[in-house]
Design a protein. Structure first.
Lengths: 1005, 188
């Protein structure tokens, strides 16, 4: 039975009691508890079921490496699956539920898998479920998804109740880890006013030194930590941040850290998590080490724990995992657990030390306390189901024959320690295998490097492979000084703190216990608890030819999922290396990738949710459109009115009404989103001649010209009307979506290619509200406002004028995208709404109708005007669209010219633009293909063209379309067939794309 | 002339810092050759402003001149004097290769005040806004959240933020979102 001890628990406030629930059971804990320690204090040894075999699982660790004890935390809008109980701080009212079982944690039918384990070996799913093929999608996958997996997703309709944010800082030195190593490194680096930030993933400073003992500068580690934290906090150049975990190290000293601001106090004001985006000139990783389990049969039964965790629970939280704890180890450190238990008044029936010669001073101390120490021994298997009842002792050198059964409630195991090298490795730091200590540690000669090729990360303490308090402090002092030197500081001439600690005897690697364990034992010796991977699975993978550790990982799932093998990786690859007969360093490790432990998606999204999920660009008249009930269409980040349906009117009817209004009287369009780029300088004309396919330098001031822009590969990329403002200045209109892109395109060519040309550009798109007044009555509306002569004589088609219209400073362009008499009026944006109101008021007597983008599309399609993005798709050249009239033959060069002369571009067999008229007057489906005889190599029907724009024309009362058709313009009058989703085809005649007013008389009045 | 209305028409918010729409503000984009003495002299004579250093501003009364790039400046003045000043500058620079444009309406400006202003910026911008890296007279062109923005600190510590007019609402919402009470970081 695990229970709360009468005394102890340096992190808990024993005077205060708080309540929480686990699977609906009300339990009690103390402030300072983790959920794990509180569960153990309530004898909740069983906390979940395993992934594959649904075996009962308990808490193994006391930190972020915990593989088993994951729960669903919270409810409703605050529910989150897969939360680690060992890193969850207990708070009053916490609600947790266990995962991966049905119908209940105590009784789980999935455990049947446990009895057929011989068949559920590595690769089982791959081998079993591949035939027959269709079964995977319809039968196997749905079933497996239901039974496998860890936590369940939040409810579909639940919305996260919390907020999140990012925070950017720049520091000279970032120290990751607030244990004694991190604190000492910070102390050494913080001399001389260097800015230093220290982050610690838990709520407490000092790491595990206060648990492990020894003295630093004559003080207990706890006192030394308190003093050091105090003195660092007093330094203005030092920032200390607890509950903040470095999730990843990236190029250029960029570190992402995850602060759990309010996980321990849900519902409080402010963000729940904060993602720190840190630029550090130097990074010190003082990330400590993680203890390794030992691989023996039944090492996953609740009550088998890491030795360090067992003593953490006693010292930090005053919780014992059991009255009788057997310690099994291959190193001296685990003796500390036995000594701690004994000193807490508990029983240690035996220490089973796999080393024939046993340990050093710590072994002597344990023996002096009267603890039975058995050397050269191991565990053949653990007895028990949902909790440990005993262990079978055997010779480590043998195959697992029982020497003695020892009754106990808990097993504290230690297979040695592995430095936490994740952050070092994220950005390219290399590792070396340390044979003496049996772990991978960072190779200081192959550090991750910054933009200058110099190292940007240095490790400190256990993270470097320094495994006792004395070397930890020496190493971290040096690390701090190294970081300081690298940022240009001069380290103080001080020595590392004096440390008193016990010397330890060497460890002996134990990758399997006993070393000759039979198959039945190996098949119950877990490597990876989270993914249910056993020693036998890795051995099988090796037999089946998996040599690469990366492949073995994917095949067996060793080291996958939310813990990413923090406990299992080294043990697994040692087993693999043994099976392959290759040394461990040759087998290597899998890749360490961020995040170090999972971070919330909310933290990654930061503030970007709800109304600031994405910027929406609004024109100066946006609010007006909204008030009119406009149906919106997203165009880039802009919202443009698609149409303005009246009460009870469908969008389709609204579009028809709007189009007819423009053709018959007058309409108004918010054209503010069209790009407007000023191009000025002595070389502006020459520059535009290169950018546009037609000649712009010959344009006279006061006049407008439609132009096409191509990429250097010849493809049409944008179009618009260019107005020449004066000798040196042009204003180029672009498409709505093209404004920023074309501005960048211009600057690219100016800065990289023609840098010696005297041209300046500026994107003035948003300086102006632009209002199109369109239709036969347009002139009358403008005349009512007065102030400018807008007659055909003074302001003819394709010209512009500055002036004052109705008191507004405006520039009016006589340009038309509808084929009607049209004025586009540009006014400073801050006056846009006022001018719009005035024009609307003036237009009332003509029943002026605001129209949206769909009306605009229909109007332009009736005229055969192309639309970038409809008639073009990045593979279309102007010649395909019959725009040869806009391609200069006189110019020596322009962007795209050479490309358009290449054989495939000049091929007469290209699909070219034509109009399409259905014989029955119906509207062709969008994206429909013109079918041709026969089928292609894939058995698909051959095609000879496709629809690019298709609408119902309210003007002509029939469907109209444009499309690209094989040799289209040569086939006028021919009837071809277009496919439909339903399968039938629709007959359409090839006609001119200009359906309305082919002579262009109406726009030129 | 008709009344000009800024995109957000004076919106305000008070959280861990104070955020306010600055109303219509005059802004003139200038591009030219800084090394050309005549360019600097013209600015000094016509606008009364000295060329600012890199990522700095120079101020004179209500006007200030902000460094934007090695060949671009932003002149801040009153909204109503901007058209006239644009003309005067364009005229004075007519003989040199230069660009002068009134962009007052293309932008939205916000003021950010209060001791935690730096925290609000640091939540949204990757630039270093620590006191030793960003102080009075410093100008930064960067992004806030997902949109381009510029900001600078005036002599009294007020931070001014400009962005494009179309994203004014987003910018205001963004600043308010990260300035909600209880979100103090306690870093600077």
């Amino acid at each position: 039975m695990s229970t709360r001890l009468a005394t102890g628990g340096r992190l808990t406030d024993r005077g205060t009691q708080i309540e929480f629930s686990f699977n609906g059971k009300r339990l009690k804990g103390h402030p300072g508890d983790t959920l794990a320690s509180a569960l153990l204090a309530n004898d909740q040894m069983l906390v979940g079921r395993s992934f594959k075999y649904h075996r009962p699982r308990g808490i193994v660790a006391s930190g972020p490496e915990e593989p088993n004890a994951l729960v669903g935390l919270g409810t409703g809008a605050r529910f989150e699956p897969n939360q680690r109980t060992t890193t969850t701080e207990l708070f009053d009212g916490l609600t947790a539920t266990s995962q991966n079982h049905w119908p209940s944690l105590e009784f789980d039918v999935g455990v049947v898998n446990n009895y057929v384990w011989r068949f559920l070996t590595a690769g089982f799913y791959y081998k079993m479920f591949i035939h027959p093929r269709p079964f995977w999608k319809h039968i196997y996958e749905p079933f497996i998804r239901q039974t496998a997996g860890l936590g369940k997703a939040p409810e579909t309709e639940a919305r996260d109740a919390d907020t999140y944010e990012h925070f950017h800082v720049h520091v000279d030195v970032l120290v990751v880890g607030g244990g004694v190593a991190g604190l000492q490194a910070a102390k050494a680096a913080a001399e001389q006013g260097t800015s230093v930030m220290v982050i610690e993933q838990t709520a407490h400073w000092g790491g595990r030194a206060p648990v492990d003992g020894g003295t630093i500068d004559g003080q207990s580690p706890e006192n030394w930590v308190n003093e050091t934290v105090q003195s660092l906090a007093n330094q203005e150049n030092v920032t200390l941040r607890s509950r903040t975990m470095a999730a990843g190290v990236f190029d250029h000293g960029y570190v992402v850290a995850y602060e759990r601001v309010a996980d321990h106090a849900p519902g409080s004001e402010g963000p729940r998590h904060r993602l720190w985006r840190i630029r550090a000139r130097q990074i010190v990783t003082a990330t400590g080490a993680i203890e390794r389990p030992l691989s023996f049969a039944g090492n996953d039964i609740p009550g088998v724990m890491l030795a360090s965790a067992v003593r953490d629970y006693v010292v930090n939280w005053g919780v014992s995992v059991g009255d009788r704890t057997v310690v099994v180890t291959n190193n001296d450190d685990a003796y500390r657990t036995a000594i701690t238990m004994k000193n807490a008044g508990l029983t240690v029936p035996a220490i089973l030390d796999a080393r024939p010669a046993g340990g050093g001073a710590l072994m002597a101390e344990a023996r002096a306390l009267g603890i039975r120490v058995e050397t050269g021994r191991g565990i053949a298997k653990v007895k028990g189901g949902k909790r440990v009842t005993g262990v079978v002792m055997c010779d480590q050198a043998g195959e697992g024959a029982m020497l003695e059964e020892i009754a106990c409630d808990a097993v504290a195991m230690s297979g040695g320690w592995s430095p936490v090298v994740h952050l070092w490795s994220h950005c390219g730091g290399k590792l070396i295998w340390d044979d003496a200590q049996a772990f991978f540690r960072p190779d200081p000669d192959r550090a991750p490097t910054g933009q200058d090729g110099a190292p940007m990360v240095v490790t400190a303490g256990s993270a470097s492979g320094a495994m006792n308090l004395k070397t930890v402090l020496q190493d971290s002092d040096m690390a701090g000084k190294t970081a300081l030197k690298r940022v240009g500081g001069r380290p103080a001439d001080s020595a590392a703190p004096l440390v008193d600690t016990q010397d330890e005897a060497a460890l002996e690697p134990v990758w399997l216990m006993p070393q000759g364990a039979r198959y039945a034992l190996r098949g119950k010796a877990w490597l990876d608890y989270q993914n249910d991977v056993k020693v036998s699975d890795v051995q099988l993978a090796a037999c089946e030819g998996y040599e690469s550790v990366e492949h073995t990982k994917r095949y067996t799932t060793l080291g996958m999922a939310s813990d990413q093998g923090k406990l299992s990786n080294i043990n697994g690859l040692a087993v693999l290396s043994d099976a392959l007969g290759e040394p461990i360093p040759q087998v290597g490790t899998t890749t360490f990738r961020p995040p170090y432990t999972p971070i919330s998606l909310g933290a990654i999204a930061g503030e970007a949710r709800g109304k600031v999920f994405q910027p929406i660009r609004r024109t100066p008249m946006h609010a007006w459109h909204e008030a009119q009930g406009a149906k919106w269409e997203p165009v880039g980040h802009w919202r443009r009115p698609y149409c303005y349906p009246k009460a009870g009117e469908t969008a389709e009817a609204a579009v028809h009404r709007e189009v007819r209004a423009v053709r018959n009287s007058v309409g108004m369009l918010d054209a503010s989103t069209l790009g407007k780029i000023i191009v000025k300088g002595p070389d502006a004309g020459r520059f535009l001649d290169m950018l546009y396919t037609n000649m712009m330098s010959t344009l006279k001031p006061g006049k407008c010209r439609y132009g096409l822009m191509c990429t250097e590969n010849g493809f049409l990329t944008d179009d618009g009307v260019v107005a020449r403002i004066d000798e040196d200045t042009f204003l180029c209109h672009t498409t709505t979506g093209g404004a920023d892109r074309i501005h960048a395109h211009m600057e690219d060519w100016l800065q990289c290619e023609w840098w010696y040309w005297q041209v300046y550009t500026a994107n003035v798109t948003e300086q102006y509200a632009q209002i199109a007044v369109v239709g036969p009555k347009a002139r009358k509306v403008l005349e009512k406002l007065g102030g400018m002569d807008v007659s055909k004589e003074t302001l003819p088609f394709m010209e512009w004028k500055d002036g004052t219209l109705g008191g507004f400073p405006v520039r009016i362009y006589r340009i038309s995208f509808s084929g009607e008499l049209s004025y586009e009026i540009a006014v400073p944006a801050n006056m846009g709404q006022a001018l719009w109101d005035k024009l609307f008021e003036a237009g009332r007597e003509f029943d002026v109708t605001p129209y949206g983008t769909e009306g605009l599309h229909v109007l332009r399609a009736e005229k055969g005007f192309i639309m970038i993005g409809d008639e073009t798709d990045g593979t279309v050249i102007p010649q395909d669209l019959g725009l040869n009239w806009a391609i200069s033959k006189k110019k020596e060069d322009f962007l795209g010219k050479r490309a358009q002369e290449r054989s495939h571009m000049a091929d007469p067999n290209r699909w070219k633009l034509v109009g399409l008229e259905t014989l029955d007057g119906s509207v062709l489906p969008d994206g429909s293909y013109a079918v041709a005889e026969g089928v292609n190599a894939n058995g698909q029907r051959n095609t000879q063209g496709r629809v690019t724009s298709t609408y119902y024309s309210p003007t002509l009362n029939r469907g109209i379309a444009m499309g690209l058709v094989h040799r289209g313009p040569d086939r006028m009058g021919e009837v071809i067939e277009f496919n439909t989703v339903e399968g039938a085809t629709i007959k359409a005649k090839i006609v001119s794309p200009v359906f309305y007013d082919p002579e262009g008389e109406k726009q030129n009045v | 002339m008709s009344e000009a209305v800024s995109a957000l028409n004076g919106a305000r918010y008070e959280g861990i810092a104070q955020i306010a729409d600055a109303g219509p503000v005059g802004m003139i984009t200038l591009r030219g050759t800084f090394e050309d003495e005549a360019f600097g002299d013209t600015l000094s004579i016509v606008a009364g402003l000295a060329l600012p250093g890199e990522r700095r501003l120079s101020a004179n009364g209500d006007r200030s001149l902000l460094w934007m790039s090695p060949d671009e400046l932003l002149l801040i003045c009153s909204y109503y004097e901007a058209p006239r000043l644009t003309e005067q500058l364009a005229e004075a620079l007519a003989d040199t290769h230069a660009l002068v444009l009134n962009v007052s309406d293309a932008r939205a400006m916000f003021t950010l005040t209060g001791v935690l202003s730096r925290e609000v910026l640091a939540k949204l911008s990757p630039t270093d806004v620590a006191p030793d890296a960003f102080a009075e007279g410093d100008v930064r062109r960067t992004h806030l959240g997902q949109v381009a923005a510029g900001f600078w600190m005036e002599a009294d510590g007020t931070i001014r933020i400009v962005c494009f007019r179309s994203v004014a609402q987003y910018m205001f919402d963004l600043l308010c979102t990260v300035a909600v009470p209880g979100s103090e970081v306690g870093y600077f």
